[in-house]
Design a protein around this ligand. Sequence first.
Ligand code: NAI
Ligand code: 15L
Length: 267
Amino acid sequence: TPLQRLLLTGAAGGLGQVLRQRLRGLAPVLRVSDIAGMGAPRDAQEEVVPCDLADKQAVDAMVAGCDAIVHLGGVSVERPFEEVLEANIKGIFHLYEAARRHGVKRIVFASSNHVIGFYQQSEKIDAHARRRPDGYYGLSKSFGEDMASFYFDRYGIETVSIRIGSSFPAPKDRRMMHSWLSYDDLVQLVEKSLFTPNVGHTVVYGASANRDLWWDNHAAAHLGFVPKDSSEPWRAQVEAQPAPAANDPVAVYQGGAFTAQGPFGDA
Ligand code: NAI
Ligand code: 15L
């Protein structure tokens, strides 16, 4: 059945602004939400619903009336645990509870490579590799994937968890030559994640067709994701940057600098 109302969370963020443009047309109504300002609705097909993901009642109202969700909202970098707890851990619980109450059938969850960030860059892994989160942020995404798994097994709500690599206009450094995901490939992957039937809970790595990928997507072949872009056109420019030391975390771990951030607070 075609979508009636698609919800996009994190709509004010970097990827949210891209998908706010590019997902319009997938449903008669696109509802956009964030805790940050989003401006006015762009047209009669758009609804703007401010919401703090940490507020259970507000999340319930945000989800009411929607039949699918692209969930980008939350803390997107390594931060103190208490911040990650509110937006990402409580937030994902509120989202799935609201989805259950309101009959949402499909969620596309912006997970992250930081769920597996402590693998070395010399390793190649698939979706079944043991998770090795590289911080509180990565832990929250790992919890989100478990939430997705539980809500499918228990309630039949389907999710595609996209472990996004590095989705920016262009790769910024040597690490992103491996992890880069172009905006066009992101859009393709989100669309396939919304509309492929019978995904259960599928985990897929979000990377373009880069030369030396760390991630093998055979376990998500049913999505039919075929990335069209590659980081290769930026190689000369990126490799003109000074090289990090061989033992620098940015050159050792798939999660790069995230593996070495913190501790925060009174440590
Ligand atoms: P971003 O930080 O630009 O956007 C996240 C949005 O979530 C922001 O607009 C922020 O205001 C909103 N937000 C934060 N706390 C909130 C709360 N308590 N309630 C409601 N909204 C809240 O991040 P970006 O780059 O756009 O990423 C989008 C999603 O994709 C995030 O979940 C991020 O973790 C994930 N991701 C992004 C990657 C990338 O390369 N851009 C890589 C891996 C994962
Ligand atoms: C992420 O999870 C972040 O949200 C994004 O800002 C990038 O840092 C990305 O990972 C990355 O690993 O490059």
